[in-house]
Design a protein around this ligand. Structure first.
Ligand SMILES: Cc1cn([C@H]2C[C@H](O)[C@@H](COP(=O)(O)OP(=O)(O)OP(=O)(O)O)O2)c(=O)[nH]c1=O
Length: 629
């Protein structure tokens, strides 16, 4: 029996579940769906750093799993399936993607990261409708994702290991199974529980409803051009409505921009609204009905991007996240009074921040989300406050001149700040305030990336390191923690070294880090086994890099090494939008750029650094190591 008329649409079709997951099979069997299971052979090895958001990775993997099965079944002359369903579940914490653990240590690493915190579980789903025409396989792909927030209690080491020893974590994303023993670890779940178990059944049914029951003309005729026909429930749909998939399939192809836009799904907090993937009839000025394809959601999101950035910047500047850390939950009127802003403006800003997932809004008032507490308050270890203020005060004015930068091919400091600095960093050092702001920004990013940079390679063979342009010493302190036998010299301009004391960590690890002032283009470099250049080469054009690398090469003895930390672009420069946007960022303010792995290899090779190893860390900085032979 099929209770749901939407699933009833699949009864006469050959449906294939492209998944080996027993949980997915169970969820779909329980609602009466009849299907075959053909596990996908697609290896889950897509480059995570090439996706701007974790859910994009899950959706793409789900799609590739389903495509592999659809193609294989077609090629093998088995009867081509009508519908192939693929899914991929991932756990995301602190912008990192966790999949299934490879061993117990890996499970421990994952569970420790989730311990006491909220994380997101994303399941990406792809529904492929297949048609065989002249022995050619034609496919219509619909994809979407669902997000569920899960919070773990504070768990003891003993409990974690007991859970790992149960064997349950091994075949599950994030190393836990909420449906069994893992349920004991969980404090709360916001969103679809089945989504965590591996399949967002509710969203799947809504998506089928969109595909098989698109909005009737009557429903949409009165809507304005920019309205979004939505399917919020599927329960009241009946088989009596005349529609079927093939009549409407055209709309799930390309939108006007050429971006494939089928099945875009928006999930915010616990409520999800689904945008239809179908052609919406509209009336033009002459009252003649015409067709417009589905809203170009990606483009609309990009058009809004600057508003969202600015809302974050202003909330950070007003220190709203600091305020809520101490006093939340709080009402808009109280926050406005304390911060000294208008009530109506503050309320809108707070609502926008809540809708962006930066704040939580409850009847008690506004409070910080876990990630706002970690990253947006100004005093946390991983605070990005410094970089956000730098983005608002320095990068924003530069980016408003991007058009000139592109036309002229050069930086725009003179237009943004009314003066032309001969030297890139002179801009920062003309005032103590700007200098400290810049250092705080660099400190934020260095802190966030330091552990991944320090551990990308085993550096235990080196006894001394020199971090050229090491700024506040954030990476240096991380290195001496990871490698207790290492001594690190931070070498930077006198204006920087003069201000480093503010950023010193308290504790016993300060001794192996020393600060030396100098200009790495002009002065002698301190002696070391390992020379580090983190976010330095991207500031400069090739000619200047050659000056610097030849100096490093001259003092680098055989057996010594150079370590670069940069965003490494893929060789075709097409995949990693964070890095490609960073390259635009370098255009507006420097003479440098982001480079690909082979470009760095070529630069290093010219200075005797061969056998270059590159690690893509998944963090903001990747690492390149080369030992001099
Ligand atoms: C977080 C969580 C995940 N999981 C499971 C769901 C998925 O089966 C698995 C994530 O791995 P997936 O790669 O999504 O799926 P799979 O390898 O099991 O199957 P296939 O690749 O063939 O589709 O983790 C749970 O069962 N419970 C949980 O609480």
């Amino acid at each position: 029996m099929v209770l749901n008329p939407v699933l009833g649409k699949l009864v006469s079709k050959r449906v294939v579940l492209a998944s080996a997951s027993p949980r997915r099979r169970e969820i779909l069997t329980n609602v009466g769906l009849r299907f075959e299971v053909v596990p996908s052979w697609f290896k889950e090895t897509l480059e995570k750093s090439s996706f701007t958001a974790p859910y994009e990775y899950a959706v793409e993997t789900a799609k590739q799993k389903a495509l592999e099965v659809a193609n294989r079944m077609h090629v093998k002359h088995m009867r081509t399936p009508d519908v192939v369903i693929g899914a991929d579940t991932i756990v995301s914490v602190d912008e990192q993607i966790l999949e299934k653990p490879v061993d117990k240590q890996d499970a421990y690493r994952m569970l420790s990261r989730l311990n006491g915190k909220e994380h997101s579980v994303f399941t990406g789903v792809a529904i492929i409708h297949c048609h065989s025409k002249d022995n050619q396989l034609e496919m219509e792909i619909t994809d979407f994702y669902e997000e569920t927030k899960v919070k773990f209690s504070e768990l003891s080491e003993e409990l974690l290991w007991e859970y790992i020893d149960s064997g349950e974590p091994m075949d599950k994303a994030g190393g836990y199974g909420i449906q069994a023993l893992g349920g004991m670890l969980v404090e709360y779940v916001h969103g679809d529980f089945l989504n965590v178990v591996g399949f967002p059944l509710n969203h799947f049914c809504k998506k089928l409803a969109e595909l098989y029951y698109p909005p009737s003309k009557h429903n949409i005729q009165h809507k304005k051009y920019d309205s979004i026909p939505s399917v919020d429930t599927f329960e009241n749909l009946s088989d009596g409505e005349s529609s079927n998939f093939t009549e409407h399939k055209a709309a799930s192809k390309l939108d006007h921009s050429g971006m494939r836009s089928s099945g875009a799904a928006y999930t915010s907090g616990n409520t999800s609204a689904v945008r239809t993937g179908f052609t919406v009839p509209l009336e033009n000025q002459n009252g003649v009905s015409q067709s417009a394809s589905k809203l170009p959601s990606k483009i609309l999101e990009l058009m809004d991007g600057f508003r969202a950035s600015k809302a974050l910047f202003v909330a950070s500047k007003l220190k709203i996240f600091d305020h809520l850390k101490d006093k939340g939950p709080a009402k808009a009127v109280d926050i406005a009074n304390d911060v000294g802003t208008s009530v109506c403006g503050t309320e809108r800003l707070l609502d926008a921040c809540a809708s962006l997932g930066l704040l939580e809004k409850t009847p008690q008032g506004y409070s910080n989300t876990d990630s706002a507490n970690t990253y947006l308050t100004s005093d946390g270890k991983y605070s990005l406050h410094g970089y956000i203020i730098h983005s608002n005060d320095h990068l924003w004015p530069l980016f408003t001149n991007l058009e000139f930068a592109v036309k002229e091919g050069s930086r725009q400091n003179h237009r943004a700040f009314g003066k032309k600095a001969d030297d890139l960093f002179k801009d920062y050092y003309h005032s103590q305030e700007v200098n400290q702001r810049f250092m705080a920004a660099m400190h934020s990013i260095a802190h966030l990336t330091a552990r991944d940079v320090a551990t990308a390679f085993d550096l235990s063979q080196f006894k001394s390191a020199c971090d050229l342009g090491g700024c506040t010493g954030a990476l240096a302190y991380e290195l001496v923690q990871v490698y207790p036998n290492l001594k690190v010299t931070v070498f930077d301009l006198p204006e920087v070294i003069a201000n480093t004391s503010y950023f010193q960590p308290s504790g016993q690890h300060t001794a192996p880090v020393t600060f030396v002032s100098g200009d790495f283009f002009k002065d002698n470099l301190p002696e070391a086994d390992l020379y580090i250049l983190s976010r330095v080469l991207h500031d400069w054009p090739d000619e200047k890099i050659h000056v610097l690398l030849s100096k490093v090469s001259a003092v680098c003895r055989p057996g010594c090494a150079i370590l670069l930390a940069e965003m490494v672009l893929d060789d075709e420069k097409k995949n990693r939008s964070t890095a490609l946007l960073q390259s635009l960022n370098m255009l507006v303010q420097t003479e440098g750029k982001e480079r690909s792995g082979s470009e760095y290899q070529a630069l290093l090779k010219q200075h005797g650094f061969k056998n270059v190893k590159i690690r893509i860390t998944g963090n903001l900085l990747d690492v390149i190591l080369c030992v001099k032979t």
